[in-house]
Design a protein around this ligand. Sequence first.
Ligand code: FAD
Length: 641
Amino acid sequence: MHRRITRRDFLNGVAISSGALAASKLSAASGGTDPEQAADYYPPVLTGMRGDHDEIYKVPHSLRDHDFWQNTGTSIDTGESYDLVVVGGGISGLAAAHFYRQAAGHSSRILILENHDDFGGHAKRNEFHQTGRMLLGYGGTFSIESPQPYSTVAKSLIDELGIDVSSTERVFDRKLYPTLGLSPSVFFCKETFGRDVLVVEPRPDWYADPAPKRTADERWKIFFAAAPIAEAAKRDLRRLYEEKKDYYPGLSSEDKKARLARISYAKFLTEIAGAHPDVVKYFQARPYSLFGLGIDAVAAQDAWGLGFPGFDGMNLDPNPGRGQNRDAIRTEEGERYFYHFPDGNSSIARLLVRSLIPEAVRGKNALDILNARTDFALLDKKNCPTRIRLNSTAVRVRHLGDPASATAVEIAYVRMGKLQTVRASKCILACWHMMIPYICSELPQLQKTALASAAKVPLVYTNVLLRNWTSFQKLGVSSIYAPGSFHSEVNLDLPVSVGSYKCPRRPEESIVVHMQRVPTKPGLPSREQHRAGRIELFNTSFETFERNIRDQLARTLSPGGFDAARDIAAITVNRWPHGYAYEYNSLWDPFWLEGGPLPCVAARQPFGRIAIANSDAGAYAYTDGAIDQGYRAVQELIARG
Ligand SMILES: Cc1cc2nc3c(=O)[nH]c(=O)nc-3n(C[C@H](O)[C@H](O)[C@H](O)COP(=O)(O)OP(=O)(O)OC[C@H]3O[C@@H](n4cnc5c(N)ncnc54)[C@H](O)[C@@H]3O)c2cc1C
């Protein structure tokens, strides 16, 4: 499978769609103590600012700022007692509940606490309704994909949920966009490159015509005639792709890799390969979708692993080098194991919830899951062994007595402004690691430090519902790489039809366009870039997003007849200040390059009756990682008895 298939390659003022209308009714109903019981409680249709939406931050930030407890009254004991409480209803927490029930029996009493208004964590469903038709978007986790092969545990879970990964070739119409004459393109914006220019990419790839009508020379010629970059940069760009030069002659492959692991790809391009600085501007945003960083902060060795140009003549041994980032170590088996639901891995979350609470997500298989509507009112029913309590932020988790001998854990959480407690025999923290030190003060200090080092990678997945995509067709583009623009990727939805859900096939139909923004601060170390990006996302209003989306789409697509006011039907901005799990990087994490204990291992140690899951626990930002960590946490608790 070609790389471009995966994520790694890559209104308020808006006319209200029927989905958005339902959303505005939902917020009116949300004032009660149990908003999920309202008949119109249905978060997937909410538009505007989603992802980590505004409501979830107040309590965690107050804990971080150490003013939560002084402003909070006494807690209310719900009197509820469970075998297991899971904090965090993302894939890791849901999978942990699933594995626990498998091991301890279906009658085990399990409570999942989740601070968002929906379950799934990053695996978020965006649902649009337009002229009687439902169109889905992925608000976060895009697909089943992983650079490394899925483990036996993760694969078995995918099989058990009935997902036929091998059916990708049947459900994904790979030829649709090429048949319509659409190709991947680049948008050079005037702020970064001096002029707004949209031009088809010179290199054919998986999205492009499998039998290109133009030769490579012709494609480069067209690209260079339009691209607003220096003449020297044009020569360098093609040279990097086509020349076979060894920039470190006389060194062994190992020694070359050792050097490449210590230099950024940006520096490699300019200082080693002698490329013009415009080449750096062109490549800057290429690793965004994997690293949440530009090429200033990604090692040249990782760029080599990802297949970026410049290394063909260096005779590098194909095995991973020391300190290579896990995302940059591709395996054939990993590449082959790919499946995309139109709402992303939210369908995995929904299938897990169906297995835990069948009446809440009705249906029988992974083909009908897309059209299955979650009944949120049934997620937290008294007589049901597994319950999911949304809008509930855990604020304190402690053993009742000495952790070495205690028989119970008390979990305090805030729901609709009230502090409440439940008890459990065991607890799994499947939430973000950086938050755990604030809610579990009894952990050893070294473990807390390790947990706090799990910096999340901020990013934004924006879904724009367009009334038609005729402008894309007129311009002959299917996906747009936009280095320097507010959103660095603009893609027509992946044409996937599952069960009775059919993707749009005609340009006159409505479609979801997916855009990606990664906030970075080039020049800073990775964790500092992520921190600055998080702050930026917190301080960017929906109105600013909306203005930039309209402006970018208009400037890119208006030569094809696009009119933002007429063609945009709805916008959902999925903001993830706490996005990907941080993956170690040879430029910034000496222990990863030189060897040494990994913080994620110290962070995930069980403590008494508490175990720790989440993709942070493996420092691996993939669904299989989240599942594996949920499984491990359950095994640790079961082994404890
Ligand atoms: C935009 C985006 C795209 C991605 N795309 C892919 C992809 O295509 N393929 C892939 O394999 N992976 C992808 N990932 C990685 C993704 O993070 C993992 O696949 C996986 O979904 C992570 O699950 P998790 O349960 O570990 O964490 P999360 O999804 O973050 O779930 C943890 C949950 O715990 C909640 N929580 C935190 N603190 C508390 C508290 N105190 N009380 C209650 N709840 C709390 C959080 O709000 C969250 O809902 C993507 C991630 C992002 C952000």
